[in-house]
Design a protein around this ligand. Structure first.
Ligand code: HEM
Length: 564
C-alpha cells in the first residue's frame, strides 16, 4: 500500500535525478574540449582541415603531428562550428570507439553523400535499427566461419589474375601501372560480384567493373567535410542552376550512377532467380531465408520511421539485402585493390624481403621449379615469414588510414576533456600503426617485428603488447568495424603468397632505368576519398622460372563448385 510519504518521495526523487543530470551537464560543459588548433572565429579550423588538399602532407600524418604539438593523443578541431575529435592512439580509440560504443557508433550525416544517392549504403547510415538490420544480414554471410565457402572462387580469381599477369609479361617486360591496376580491379570485383550476386560471366563482370569505376569519383562524398554542404546543410536547397552550385550538378550526375550501382546487378540477380539460372551467393541465400522478421528485442525500438509494420517486413527485407549487396559491391571493389597494389609496390622496393619469403616458400612447399601447385590457404600456418610480410604491409600502408568517421550521440568526458554530443570522431589508424610505443622504429618496413610477437595464427590477438596485430586497427573500430575484413584478408593474402611463389617483382623508375635508392615514402597518392592508392608506378613482374611461368598460366586448375 502506498502511503503519503511514498507518494511524496517519488516526485522528490525525480526532481533530485533531474537536478543531478543538470549539474552533471553543467560540470561537463565547464570542462574544456581536447586541445587542438584554435583557428579563426566562425570558420574555426577550416584551413587546418583543408591543408592536405594543398598537397603539403597527408591528412593522417598532419593529425599525428598536431597531436605531438598539443601533447595529446586526442585532438579537437572546430570546423565552422562542427566538432571533430581525432583519436591518435590505440588507448583512446579503444576506450571511446570500443568500450563506449553505445555513444560512438553512429555516423555524421553525410549530406553530399545523401544528395548523391548513397543513402542505401549502410556504411554511411546512422546507428539505428535500420542500420542494425543491414549489419546483421551482412555479418551472417561474411563472418569468419562463412568465408571458407568462398575460397574456391577466391582461388579461381587468383588463377585468373596470375594468368593475366603472365600474358602482360609475355608481351612487354615492363608492367605499366594502368595494366596492373586493371588486372587487380578485375580480380577484386570478380570476387565481390560472385560472392554477392553469383555473377561469373566475363562480359557481365567487365560491365560491372566499369560501372563501379565510373562511380568511384563520388566516393569523395564519404569523407565528411569535402563539400561545404556538409557544414551548411541548408545549401541542399540551392537549385542546380544557381551560380556556384557545382556540387548540385555533380550530385545529380552521381545519383544516376549510384542508383545503377545498387539496382543493375540486383535486377540481374532477380532475373536469374526467375529463370532458374541463379548461382548460390549472398543474394540468393538471403532471399531464400527472408529471415529478417522482427524479434521481440527489435520491437522495443520505435520502427514507425521505417514506415513498416511487422507484416510488410518481407519487402523491407529485400531492400535490406539489395542494399547490403550494393554496399559489398562498392566497399569491396576499391579497398582490396588498394592493398594488392600497395603489396606489389612494396615487394618491388624490397628484393631482400622477397628473397627471404621465397626461401621460406621453397623450403616449406618445395621450389616452384619442381612444384606443380600454388600455395593455398591450408599452407598459411606454415609460412610465418610470409605472414609477417603481410602484416607489415597492413601496418605500414593501411588502405583506409582514417577509416570512416564515427559520430557521438551523447555528451561524454574523456581524460578530463568534454566531447559534446554530435561530434565527428575520427580513429587515426595510420597514427596508431605508426606509434613508436607500439611499433618501435615505425617508419622502417620490417616484417621481422611480427616474427617475435605473433607466435600463432588463430590465437586471440593480444592488444598493447609490442607490435600488436595490425588487423586490430586497419579495419576500424567497435560496432562499425569492417564486417568483411576476413574476406579481404584471405583474398589479399592469397594474391601476395602466389605472387611471391611465382614471380620476382622489380622496381622500374619512370625513365625505365634501375632506381638509384630504396626510398619508398611517400608511396600513396593523395586522394580525397577514404581509401588510398599508390602513386602510379612501373614494375617488372617476371616469372621466377619456366615452371613458375607454367604455374601462372595454369593456376589452381580447380573449377568452382557452383551450387545451383
Ligand atoms: C583491405 C581491405 C579493406 C579495408 C582496409 C577495409 C577497411 C574498413 C574500415 C576502416 C571501415 C570503417 C570501420 C569503422 O567505421 O570503424 C570499413 C567499413 C566497412 N567495410 Fe571494409 N575494408 C576492406 C574491405 C572490405 C570489403 C572487401 C568489403 C565488402 C565485401 C567491405 C565492407 C565494409 C562495410 C560494409 C563497412 C561498413 C560497416 C558499417 O558501417 O557498419 N570492406 N572497412
Amino acid at each position: 500500500m502506498l502511503n503519503t510519504v511514498h507518494l511524496l518521495a517519488i516526485p522528490g526523487l525525480l526532481i533530485v535525478y533531474d537536478l543531478w543530470k543538470y549539474l552533471l551537464r553543467r560540470h561537463r560543459q565547464a570542462l574544456s574540449y581536447p586541445p587542438g588548433p584554435k583557428g579563426l572565429p566562425i570558420i574555426g579550423s577550416f584551413f587546418d582541415a583543408l591543408t592536405p588538399r594543398t598537397g603539403l602532407e597527408t591528412q593522417w600524418a598532419i593529425f599525428r603531428d598536431m597531436g605531438h604539438i598539443y601533447h595529446s593523443d586526442v585532438l579537437h578541431i572546430d570546423v565552422l562550428g562542427d566538432h571533430t575529435v581525432v583519436l591518435n592512439s590505440a588507448k583512446a580509440a579503444e576506450e571511446l570507439l570500443e568500450r563506449r560504443s553505445g555513444i560512438y557508433s553512429s555516423r555524421p550525416t553525410m549530406y553530399m553523400a545523401n544528395e548523391s544517392g548513397w543513402g542505401w549504403n549502410f556504411a554511411t547510415m546512422p546507428y539505428t535499427l535500420w542500420w542494425r538490420l543491414h549489419r546483421r544480414t551482412f555479418h551472417q554471410h561474411f563472418r569468419s566461419e562463412a568465408i571458407a565457402t568462398y575460397h574456391p572462387f577466391i582461388r579461381q580469381a587468383t588463377s585468373r589474375l596470375l594468368r593475366s599477369l603472365s600474358c602482360i609479361q609475355s608481351t612487354t617486360m615492363v608492367t605499366q601501372y594502368d595494366d596492373l591496376q586493371a588486372v587487380v580491379r578485375q580480380h577484386a570485383a570478380s570476387i565481390i560480384l560472385y560472392t554477392t550476386y553469383g555473377i561469373t560471366e566475363q562480359e557481365d563482370m567487365e560491365a560491372f567493373v566499369k560501372l563501379v569505376n565510373n562511380a568511384a569519383e563520388s566516393l569523395v562524398t564519404f569523407s565528411h567535410g569535402n563539400f561545404l554542404v556538409d557544414y551548411f546543410p541548408l545549401l541542399r536547397y540551392v537549385p542546380a542552376w544557381f551560380p556556384g552550385a557545382h556540387f548540385k550538378r555533380k550530385a545529380t550526375r552521381w545519383s544516376q550512377l549510384t542508383s545503377e550501382l545498387v539496382n543493375k546487378p540486383w535486377n540481374q540477380l532477380r532475373a536469374s532467380i526467375s529463370s532458374g539460372t541463379a548461382i548460390s551467393c549472398f543474394g540468393t541465400k538471403c532471399l531464400q531465408k527472408l529471415d529478417l522478421t522482427f524479434n521481440a528485442a527489435d520491437a522495443t525500438e520505435d520502427t514507425s520511421y521505417l514506415g513498416m509494420s511487422k507484416t510488410d517486413s518481407d519487402t523491407k527485407t529485400e531492400e535490406i539485402v539489395r542494399n547490403c549487396a550494393g554496399t559489398a559491391y562498392v566497399a569491396g571493389s576499391d579497398t582490396s585493390v588498394s592493398l594488392t597494389l600497395i603489396s606489389v609496390l612494396v615487394l618491388s622496393h624490397h628484393p631482400e624481403i622477397q628473397a627471404k619469403a621465397q626461401e621460406e616458400l621453397d623450403r616449406v612447399l618445395g621450389s616452384t621449379a619442381n612444384s606443380s601447385q600454388l600455395p593455398d590457404f591450408s599452407d598459411r600456418g606454415s609460412l610465418p615469414y610470409v605472414e609477417a610480410v603481410f602484416k607489415e604491409i597492413l601496418r605500414m600502408y593501411p588502405s583506409a588510414p582514417l577509416g570512416v568517421p564515427h559520430y557521438s550521440v551523447a555528451d561524454d568526458v574523456y581524460d578530463g576533456y568534454f566531447i559534446p554530443k554530435g561530434t565527428t570522431v575520427v580513429g587515426n589508424a595510420w597514427a596508431i600503426l605508426h606509434d613508436e610505443n607500439l611499433y618501435p622504429d615505425p617508419l622502417t618496413f620490417n616484417p621481422d617485428r611480427f616474427l617475435r610477437t605473433e607466435p600463432q595464427r588463430g590465437a586471440p590477438p593480444a592488444k598493447h603488447s609490442l607490435n600488436p596485430d595490425p588487423e586490430l586497427y586497419a579495419f576500424g573500430f567497435g560496432r562499425r568495424i569492417c564486417p568483411a575484413r576476413h574476406l579481404a584478408l584471405d583474398t589479399s593474402w592469397l594474391v601476395l603468397v602466389c605472387l611471391l611463389a611465382t614471380c620476382n617483382i622489380t622496381r622500374i623508375s619512370s625513365d625505365n632505368t634501375e632506381p638509384k635508392s630504396n626510398e619508398i615514402d611517400p608511396i600513396v597518392d593523395l586522394v580525397d576519398g577514404p581509401v588510398v592508392h599508390p602513386k602510379p608506378f612501373k614494375s617488372c613482374i617476371t616469372p621466377r622460372s619456366a615452371s613458375a611461368f607454367e604455374l601462372m598460366k595454369s593456376g589452381y586448375e580447380v573449377g568452382v563448385e557452383v551450387e545451383a
